[in-house]
Design a protein around this ligand. Structure first.
Ligand code: EPU
Length: 336
């Protein structure tokens, strides 16, 4: 039987962001996909050390700090167990999704039906240097990947340090910053399909687009091999410091989900929203950042609905004033 842990307290919340002022009103229960029998059957097949929580609040597992609960939250303790959970879900037609470090997510208030999987167990988050490459679990923090790359003298991964996400999330999004993209340093990737089968592909065989890797819409990244040109650790450190200073100056420090919109053709979304005069525009506790207009920040009291409404305000003005259709970059999930 797995350990069923109590919900995290704010002091245990991941990613080091302040949770002061967050509301503590009870969350609505997510609509259920699992029957009591399903839940018991699932629990019975998990290892002793596997974390399983029911109605787990997810807001504190995202950097934006809004949204409802997961019907069932699971941290599988091995690949084999992850595969067994997926087969279980498939056999019973239960929905599942993978939660990374929640840095690009907007979860609706009504929460997530079905199973939310998080690859937080150490068996998914190792980062090791092997034969001139870094072999990284999908649950590894990007900051850890960047630090290990520096320690082993691989350049090209400095930009990862400032993205508060996991490698799995970054693969799914083809995360980028400071003019670099994850797929530029990706050599190969291991992944699982919805039946629990494991595959491996060289990066050259994985189609990828700006902020999107379609393979990881319905497959789970398990691990990746990354490689960058060798460089002196000091030079890598200097680049990381430069990126950090630039980020600190040009991006807000309050809770956010990073850039809300993809850059449309011809103009950066931040510049466009700035030119539309929307900096400081507020719905409830959600505010267009005064530092970077493509960030919506949570002033401490935002609800998911506030952020969703503010997104629509911005899209409507971009459409009316400039004829531009803005597309969200942040992933919006949960029951509508
Ligand atoms: N700008 C404004 N006003 C603003 C914000 C930006 O005029 O309020 C202007 C800037 O001066 C610049 C241009 O817009 O001329 C572009 O801004 P920036 O250099 O900040 O880049 P960005 O395109 O807005 C992208 C990524 C970021 C990444 C930065 C830095 C997207 C949607 N965004 O931002 O990624 O951190 O470059 O490399 O591709 C994310 O994906 O969540 C994200 C934050």
């Amino acid at each position: 039987m797995p350990t069923i842990l109590p919900a995290l307290s704010p002091s245990e919340a991941p990613s080091g962001l302040s949770v002061e002022g967050l509301r503590s009103a009870p969350l609505p229960a997510p609509p259920s996909a699992l029957t009591e029998t399903d839940t018991q059957a699932l629990r019975a097949q998990l290892a002793e050390t596997t974390v399983m929580r029911l109605r787990e609040p997810l807001a504190r597992r995202t950097t934006l700090r809004v949204g409802g609960a997961a019907e069932v939250y699971l941290e599988p303790s091995s690949e084999a167990e992850l595969g067994a959970i997926l087969s279980f879900c498939q056999a019973r037609s239960l929905p599942w999704m993978v939660l990374g470090r929640g840095s690009n997510l907007l979860i609706r208030e009504s929460g997530v039906r079905g199973v939310v999987l998080c690859l937080a167990h150490p068996s998914f988050s190792q980062v090791e240097a092997v034969e001139g490459s870094l072999v990284c679990g999908a649950g590894a923090k990007l900051k850890t990947v960047a630090i290990e790359a520096r320690r082993h003298g691989f350049s090209g991964m400095e930009f990862l340090e400032g993205i508060p996400g996991s490698l799995g999330g970054a693969l799914r999004m083809n995360a980028g910053a400071m003019g670099s993209w994850l797929f530029e340093v990706l050599v190969k990737v291991r992944f699982m399909d919805g039946t629990g089968q494991v595959f491996q592909k060289p990066a050259t065989e994985v189609p990828v687009e700006y902020r999107r890797c379609p393979l990881f819409r319905d497959h789970i990244a398990l691990a990746a091999v990354l490689r960058g040109p060798p460089a002196a650790s000091e030079a890598i450190r200097e680049r990381m410091d430069r990126f950090r200073r630039r980020r600190w100056k040009t991006q807000p420090h309050q809770p956010s989900a990073g850039c809300i919109f993809k850059n449309p053709a011809g103009i950066a979304a931040g510049r466009l929203i700035d030119e539309l005069g929307l900096k400081g525009c507020r719905v409830g506790g959600a505010v267009v950042s005064n530092v970077h207009a493509n960030f919506i920040i949570n002033d401490g009291n935002a609800r998911a609905g506030d952020v969703l409404q503010l997104i629509e305000v911005i899209r409507a003005k971009a459409r009316a004033d400039r004829g531009i259709e803005l597309e969200t970059e942040v992933e919006i999930i949960g029951e509508p």
